[in-house]
Write a protein that binds this ligand. Structure first.
Ligand SMILES: NC(=O)c1ccc[n+]([C@@H]2O[C@H](COP(=O)([O-])OP(=O)(O)OC[C@H]3O[C@@H](n4cnc5c(N)ncnc54)[C@H](OP(=O)(O)O)[C@@H]3O)[C@@H](O)[C@H]2O)c1
Length: 253
């Protein structure tokens, strides 16, 4: 993708990785539109970054996604980059039977169904543009699952597969990039994750991603920082079992 001069919509732009990317892309000279549920954060970010805009979006609501896509197409006819970044995660204890199907469905809706819907609804607009790019945030857990978070890990594996198919079908019209973060200090796992020294500092992660994008250093259209490469390459390097055991000893239910 081109690193500047884009009109970029970022879901999950109110916090964590999405917010970090929004701020960096804004600084680089892109028109950035952030989306999320928390209006106060949208207001705060757009006020402190002149030119940045924001729209409220609840990805749990399929009808709202359609209305949102229509509004985006009307307001931002130059939109050429969609970053599907919003996501939620929750541990599930299958041993004790502590599995809330509503929560499971919420994870699937936010991490998968809404991504498919929003992409499908904005694709006609993206396809009209010269430098159209779709970036979707998966995870290192797309390649090696965290047993304590079966649905979350599976949603990311789903996206990894889905993106490969889209890349094949849309070759020549839309660039399809996969952003697979390692464990990063954000609030997705609560305050503890934000302060966990084992997690990658957020700004460090965002800066490394921007450097990879600038250098077009995205082999196989995957944006992989050094810290996540062990996950991605574990099958090829015969390290799968070691990586699996390592992460699954760190986090259990
Ligand atoms: N941090 C990590 O260790 C890590 C590792 C691998 C992958 N990831 C992925 O990175 C992405 C960003 O997560 P993060 O770590 O930056 O966590 P985060 O700080 O919790 O950010 C999640 C974002 O998603 C938005 N969101 C959640 N539910 C939504 C909904 N129903 N409708 C609209 N927006 C919604 C939130 O905005 P509102 O609350 O304002 O709606 C928020 O901006 C996710 O896809 C996550 O799976 C994170």
């Amino acid at each position: 993708m081109e690193i500047k001069g884009n009109t970029i919509l970022i879901t999950g732009g109110t916090s964590g990785i999405g917010r970090g990317l929004a701020e960096s892309f804004h600084k680089l000279g892109n028109k950035v539109i952030i989306a999320g549920r928390r209006q106060a954060l949208i207001d705060e970010l757009t006020a402190s970054h002149p030119g940045m805009e924001g729209l409220r979006l609840d990805l749990q609501d399929a009808k709202a996604i359609s209305r949102f896509a229509e509004a985006v197409a009307e307001k931002y006819p130059d939109l050429n980059v969609l970053i599907n970044n919003a996501g939620i995660s929750k541990m599930e204890n299958w041993k004790k039977g502590e599995v809330d199907i509503q929560v499971v469905n919420d994870i699937i809706q936010t991490n998968v169904s809404s991504v498919i819907q929003l992409t499908a609804e904005l694709l006609p607009l993206l396809k009209k543009q010269k430098n159209a790019t779709l970036i979707t945030t998966t995870s290192g857990l797309a390649f090696v699952p965290l047993a304590a978070a079966p649905t979350y890990s599976a949603t990311k594996a789903f996206l990894h597969s889905w993106l490969q198919s889209l890349r094949s079908q849309l070759e020549g019209s839309v660039e399809i990039l996969e952003l697979a973060p390692p464990y990063v200090q954000t609030e997705i796992g609560g305050q503890a994750q934000k302060e966990d020294p084992r997690a990658m500092p957020l700004q460090e992660y965002v800066d490394e991603v921007i450097e990879l994008l600038k250098a077009k250093n995205t082999p196989n259209s995957e944006v992989l920082v050094e810290r996540v490469k062990g996950f991605r390459q574990s099958i090829q390097t015969d390290e799968y079992e070691n990586v699996f055991n390592m992460i699954n000893s760190m986090f259990t239910v």
